[in-house]
Design a protein around this ligand. Structure first.
Ligand SMILES: [Zn+2]
Length: 374
């Protein structure tokens, strides 16, 4: 009896795997063959207005709600489709997941990058073109390394900071499109595999080691390097001032965001900061209460100190020095972002000083090499 149940469930699992494989095969094949990426441009919404060509019909606008039949696949007219008034290259696939709609833009990688690089690097001048090329290679590498990460949901990348900011044709600029075209197919490799091309706004003088921001195995090319180039960034140095009361009240309230709850009558009365040897970023924060010591790892510190007016509710960086002056607590900070990999303000300055994009990339990602993949 036990044996029969085991065989039955194995057959059922195999049948499900076979069904998933049959459903995905043509699509996965097409994605690989044509270098397509699938970008989630609307996630879990109740309705969307999409424009494109259904089957062999005319191009028209559809207001879609979860009551319809899915997936809905729309092709482009003159190479473009639209979602809620925003234009994108390639086609669209509208899926229903857990009763809500997900709109996925399917397009070739190079077109995708034209809608990413200007969003990630901002407005640039001709002098900064090499920085845009470095950004294009980093963004292409990121897309390749993360392709298929949400396959169970039917897409590869989010169109937000969760992956890379992508706004379609609306965001494209002539200069950044030129940077994408002149580096077409170029990807950053380390020992035969595409790298984890992390980048951030401003390092503040020295980039971070991978483990200054995240736990887990640290890739050797994401090691802290000196950066003398981001001094012109508005985030190079910054200060945040609070009263002592505000500081401790803020800490008490925010601890629950990182799943730490103070016990009844437990009060924080002091703290200690442990720093990373190379980047001087906070490695660990130790809060001392009247009952215990709470150890908070580096990657949770930005959430803990962040306020609603900070981007994403995160503190700008973990490279901070906290000083108390009478009733005031002064946080003196350096840089903006996780600090790992390429410093974007640094890259802009290196380009302005005449550095080639390969030099920029090799400075921030040590030991890597660029390869043309197609
Ligand atoms: Zn820098």
């Amino acid at each position: 009896m036990r044996l029969r149940i085991r065989i039955d469930s194995r057959v059922r699992i195999l049948a499900i795997v076979a069904l998933i494989t049959i459903n995905c095969m043509p699509y996965v094949g097409r994605v690989r063959r044509e270098n397509l990426v699938r970008i989630a441009v609307e996630c879990g919404v109740d309705a969307a207005v999409v424009t494109g060509v259904l089957g062999k019909g005319f191009c028209r606008e559809y207001r879609v709600t979860p009551e319809g039949a899915f997936p809905l696949i729309l092709g482009p007219k003159d190479g473009r489709v639209a979602v809620n008034g925003r234009n994108y290259r390639g086609g669209l696939e509208v899926r229903k997941i857990d009763g809500r709609l997900w709109v996925i833009n399917v397009l070739d990688v190079e077109s995708y990058l034209k809608g990413v690089v200007p969003c990630e690097i901002g407005g640039i001048t001709e002098k900064e073109l090499e920085a845009a090329k470095a950004q294009a290679v980093a963004a292409r590498t990121y897309a390749l390394a993360h392709s298929g990460q949400y396959s169970d949901l039917g897409f590869d990348l989010y169109a937000t900071v969760q992956d890379q900011v992508y706004k379609g044709i609306t965001c494209e600029r002539e200069i950044t499109s030129r940077a994408v075209e002149s580096t077409a197919g170029e990807v950053l490799y380390y020992r035969g595999a595409p790298v984890e091309a992390k980048y951030h706004s401003t390092c503040g003088g020295r980039t971070a080691d991978f483990n200054d921001a995240w736990a887990g195995a640290a890739p050797p090319y994401l090691s802290s390097v000196r950066c003398d180039y981001c001094r012109k960034s508005p985030h190079y140095r910054w200060t945040k001032v609070m009263t002592r009361d505000e500081f401790f009240t803020h800490l008490r309230h925010r601890l629950s965001r990182i799943n730490i709850n103070l016990e009844e009558g437990e009060l924080i009365h002091s703290f200690r900061m442990m720093r990373s040897r190379r980047s001087h970023r906070l490695k660990e924060l130790i809060l001392v209460t009247n009952k215990r010591e709470l150890k908070i790892a580096n990657y949770r510190i930005r959430t803990l100190f962040g306020e609603p007016d900070d981007p994403g509710g995160l503190l700008k960086s973990t490279c901070i020095y906290v000083k108390t002056k009478g009733d005031e607590v002064v946080i003196e900070g350096r840089g903006f972002g996780h600090g790992v990999g390429m410093c974007q303000f640094g890259s802009l300055e290196m380009a302005t000083q005449g550095r080639h994009y390969r030099k920029i990339l090799y400075h921030y990602y040590r030991g890597t090499r660029i390869k043309k993949v197609r």
